[in-house]
Design a protein around this ligand. Structure first.
Ligand code: FAD
Length: 496
């Protein structure tokens, strides 16, 4: 029997943060959007530590900031790292810019079941036709372009939705991305495996850093320690894939064994008990999560979030990349559907900006791994950065490696023009030699690049229509005043 066919403007596959973001920002421009989600929410997902640009930039564009505040997630002021040469954890803080004022200098640690459901229900409130328990089983296409998807509805009936665009935001394990063409290229550098579970009653860092993510290196890898509530902690070990065999047996013994070899986490968990029931009772593993697709779009289809790429858990970049890509895809589709920009140009901008963000984070995270010098350990020796030519990057690595704890503000932005070096406050701790090195650190291109676009998103979220932005890419487009589509730079100047 042929499937029941319907028509809409855009189909989004997957209701994670990437899918909810793109769907909501399309619906805000009045388009008909069908979002197909395999599971029924709330559903479990890993990736609990967020960055401020997601909470304050994307969150405001989506209209969920207040709801996120009410959800009372753990406030994350930054990251604390037992990493590099110093045995004392040092802090990476989301400091504040004067014009952004205090409320945006933090992110959240979230139970993804709650966070993702807030974003998905918000999409529905904005008019997105959200259909759960509706797995996509195939893509409808021809030589020219993608024209829709096939899915199974909750009653088991095969259906087809035709649309001008399909956005695949179906995450890491789905195969829908294959229809965009190209191949998935796995990173040799981040070829790791993660084993994770949940604990009740773990210790906290002293205030005001008690909500920070703690990342602690040990000989065979590193451990994340994420305070999800006053008592619940997400704990995961990231180890080399060569050790995969050790996870074949008793996973609890394996995880506790890693904890045992990581002094600070061992101490923090000394009075804690592992959760063994409910959704947090399971120990889970993830591998092969670090990759990028060789193309992110084809006519009629785009990849967003883990469907396109992911790097590594170490700096909490996954949800940022997914929601950022959702914003970029929405801008491109809104522009094309309005007839303002040709499809190829709009998606060239999408892919160019997305790849740029991926690349700078890839370099930043590689450099970050490099800071953990332990020549005795196979894991860390294999992750020495050897192929970075820029001396600035090397300078960055050694500078951050030497930073000791203390209240060093790593991200204090005065404006979105990239003048970051001048934005670090040289008061208090910043007048120490390490403070001076931190100041110098902000002059390095890699850090400036990492921060610049996140800062743009945050400024836009907080201040509404942003000050005129320059093209990020050579000859590229600029965001419209409301941030939801692209304009040619000349058109934006005329409007201003
Ligand atoms: P997802 O959140 O995976 O959502 C995809 C959705 O698509 C799911 O709901 C799924 O059910 C649905 N779906 C799948 N197939 C289909 C189908 N055929 N039809 C319909 N629906 C479908 N990121 C962070 O920001 N912070 C962290 O601390 C962090 N830690 C991590 C730790 C580990 C070990 C790993 C592996 C990743 C971590 N990440 C982290 C990354 C983070 O998990 C992802 O980047 C993020 O969830 C991507 O969001 P998404 O919307 O692209 O996909």
């Amino acid at each position: 029997m042929s499937p029941i066919i319907e028509n809409t403007d855009v189909v989004v596959v997957g209701g994670g943060p990437g899918g909810s973001t793109v769907a909501t920002l399309l619906a805000k421009r009045g388009h008909r959007v069908v979002l197909l989600e395999k599971e029924t929410f709330p559903r479990y997902q890993i990736g609990e530590s967020l960055l401020p640009s997601t909470v304050h930039g994307i969150g405001r564009l989506l209209g969920v900031t207040e709801e996120l505040e009410r959800a009372a997630f753990t406030v994350k002021r930054g990251g604390s790292f037992r990493w590099g040469t110093n045995p004392v954890p040092w802090n990476f803080l989301f400091a504040i810019a004067p014009e952004l004022s205090g409320p945006t200098s933090h992110a959240y640690q979230v139970e993804r079941m709650k966070f993702d459901e807030i974003l998905l229900r918000n999409a529905a409130r904005h008019g997105v036709d959200v259909r759960e328990n509706s797995p996509v089983t195939g893509v409808v296409d021809d030589e020219e372009r993608v024209r829709g998807v096939r899915y199974t509805d909750p009653d088991g009936v095969e259906r087809e939705v035709r649309a001008a665009f399909v956005v695949d935001a179906s995450g890491n394990r789905s195969r829908v991305h294959q229809h965009v063409g190209g191949e998935r290229v796995y990173s040799e550098f981040f070829r790791n495996i993660a084993l994770f579970g949940y604990f009740e009653g773990g210790k906290r860092l002293p205030a005001p850093d008690s909500g920070n993510i703690l990342c602690a290196a040990f000989d065979e890898g590193w451990i994340w320690y994420i305070p999800l509530s006053d008592t619940l902690t997400s704990v995961g070990a990231v180890i080399s894939r060569e050790h995969a065999a050790r996870l074949q047996g008793d996973q609890e013994q394996a995880l506790l064994g890693f904890v045992d070899r990581c002094a600070i986490v061992k101490d923090f968990l000394s009075d804690a008990t592992r959760v063994t029931e409910g959704v947090y009772g399971e120990l889970r593993t993830r591998k092969d999560y670090s990759y990028t697709n060789s193309t992110f779009h084809r006519p009629g289809m785009a990849l967003v979030g883990d469907a396109a790429c992911f790097i590594d858990p170490v700096f909490s970049t996954g949800v940022h990349l997914a929601t950022y890509a959702g914003l970029l895809a929405a801008r491109s589709i809104n522009s094309v559907l309005a007839g303002d920009v040709a499809e190829e140009r709009a998606f060239g901008e999408f892919e160019g900006r997305y790849r740029r963000e991926y690349r700078v984070f890839y370099e930043f995270l590689s450099a970050f791994y490099d800071m953990q010098s332990n020549e005795e350990s196979y894991f860390w020796k294999a992750r020495k950065v050897t192929n970075f030519a820029t001396t600035d990057l090397e300078a960055f690595v050694s500078l951050v490696g030497g930073v000791h704890s203390g209240e060093n503000a790593l991200a204090a932005f005065r404006d979105s023009s990239g003048a970051l070096a001048d934005a670090v406050e040289r008061t208090g701790d910043m007048q120490t030699p390490s403070g001076e090195r931190m100041h110098h650190l902000f002059g390095t291109p890699v850090v400036r690049e990492v921060m610049q676009e996140m800062n743009n998103i945050q400024v836009r979220g907080v201040q509404g229509a942003a000050a005129r932005e320059l093209p990020l890419l050579d000859g590229g487009l600029v965001p419209a005043p409301d941030g939801l589509s692209w304009l040619e730079p000349a058109a934006r100047v005329e409007e201003a």
